[in-house]
Design a protein around this ligand. Structure first.
Ligand SMILES: Cc1ncc(COP(=O)(O)O)c(C=O)c1O
Length: 407
């Protein structure tokens, strides 16, 4: 099927299989609410599948709010998480009436001004964080995210003075975290509930649940994590004297393994005797390896079982960092691959989260198309985007006509 899809839609191409999503959502049934962090993959077909599986959704921009509504979520099922209020996003979120998760103290008065007497969640930085790379660690003293745990009492008082009620507490310490750190968050949450007091009704464990990217990685069993959070809930309920809901906010856990990216080998060369394979996809399509040395298993269609050797795989961009096989500090990390030939199709595995959603148009490259597959039937969700559309207003400027941007 993949060869056929590449022929029909061209490469680079993202393919997202929807069939496993429901099972991933159900693995988290030990939590009261599964809230999908849409940033991982905002494709509408993916969102609809996640909504149908019973999950709610978290958004971070006006565009994501529009997608959440288009996928069928009601305002009550949507939250908005951010560390600043972008004006447009605040307008959109207030108009829709979605629940807000505030990650900076200044947002308290900004929100109170727009929604007097509103109810909010505070995102708390518990003083530690953890992720698969330092760049996705969202807790601890080096992180811009959340309200520092030591400032929580002040912020509760600040919210009270502004006329807001703090009904929720949220902690997200990083992406691709490990079970030990995720467990520590539950203990930190009980401390935060002690500080915030009786108005709290919902506690959120955040996301960060890891995905097995390497063949030797084991898939996470979320049941022990849910058990830890349910114990934390019981202790927190004793403190506040009423029932609390526990939410979890996964992104990659729901979608990473269902996605892959196809690219075509366009050049094969030897650099100081080592094989380098250049494909027609780069970090404008799949940024994770360049951003933080993320590993994506690579295979070459039709070459299973052939002898392998350490191979560098890179893209077409005019950037030395446009390499898919690199470690977390940019050091070379070649993958054992069969010998490739021009025209071969390369498959980058587990790209369903933070793959297509982080695409850019660097080097004036088009955003790659995305195909979704359900019950074995592929459908084009997004065609290849034409970069010349973005050029039109610049062209008009050169021609002395009025561009699309007003002075
Ligand atoms: C606030 C928040 N929640 C949840 C997530 C999802 O993280 P993950 O995809 O690692 O589960 C993120 C990711 O950056 C996030 O910023």
């Amino acid at each position: 099927m993949l060869t056929d899809l590449a022929r029909r839609f061209g490469t680079p191409l993202f393919v997202q299989v929807l069939d496993g999503i429901e099972a991933q959502v159900h693995k988290l049934s030990g939590f009261d609410v599964v809230r999908y962090a849409m940033k991982a993959n905002p494709c509408l077909a993916v969102l609809r599948e996640i909504r149908r599986a019973g999950a709610h959704v978290d958004c971070v921009s006006a565009g994501e709010l529009a997608r959440a509504r288009a996928a069928g979520w009601t305002a009550e099922e949507i939250t908005f998480t951010s560390d600043i209020y972008d004006h447009g996003a605040l307008d959109a979120a207030v108009e829709l009436g979605v629940h807000m998760n505030l990650g900076s103290p200044d947002m308290i008065e900004q929100y109170a001004e727009r929604v007097p007497g509103g109810k909010v969640t505070l995102r708390v930085n518990p003083g530690f964080g953890h992720g698969h790379n330092a760049k996705v660690n969202t807790g601890g003293p080096a992180s811009k995210h959340g309200i520092w745990h030591g400032d929580l009492a002040d912020c509760i008082e600040r919210a009270r003075r502004a006329g807001l009620t703090v009904t929720g507490l949220h902690m997200h310490i990083g992406s691709g975290s490990d079970l030990d750190h995720l467990r520590r968050v539950a203990a930190a949450m009980v401390d935060a509930v002690r500080v915030a007091g009786k108005s709290v009704r919902v506690i959120s464990a955040g996301g960060g649940l890891p995905t097995p990217y390497r063949p030797e990685d084991n898939p996470l069993d979320p049941a022990p994590l849910a058990a830890v959070w349910n114990e934390a809930r019981a202790r927190a309920e004793e403190l506040v004297g009423h029932p609390l809901k526990v939410e979890v906010e996964p992104g990659r856990f729901l979608v990473a393994e269902g996605g892959l990216m196809l690219a075509e080998v366009r050049a094969v060369k030897s650099v100081d005797g080592a094989p380098f394979v250049l494909v027609n996809a780069g970090f404008h399509n799949l940024a994770r390896p360049m951003l933080y040395g993320a590993f994506h298993q690579i295979s070459i269609l039709g070459r299973d079982g052939e002898p392998r050797r350490p191979t560098v795989v890179a893209g077409p961009l005019c950037e030395a960092s446009d390499v898919f096989t690199q470690g977390s500090t940019g050091e070379p990390a070649p993958q054992e691959l069969p010998t490739a030939e021009v025209g071969d199709l390369m498959c980058f595995h587990d790209t369903g989260a933070y793959g297509s959603s982080m695409s850019s148009v660097y080097n004036t490259m088009p955003i790659a198309p995305e195909v979704v597959v359900a019950d074995g039937i592929p459908r084009l969700a997004r065609p290849r985007q034409d970069p010349s559309a973005a050029m039109a207003s610049e062209m008009a400027l050169l021609q002395g006509e009025e561009g699309s941007v007003n002075p």
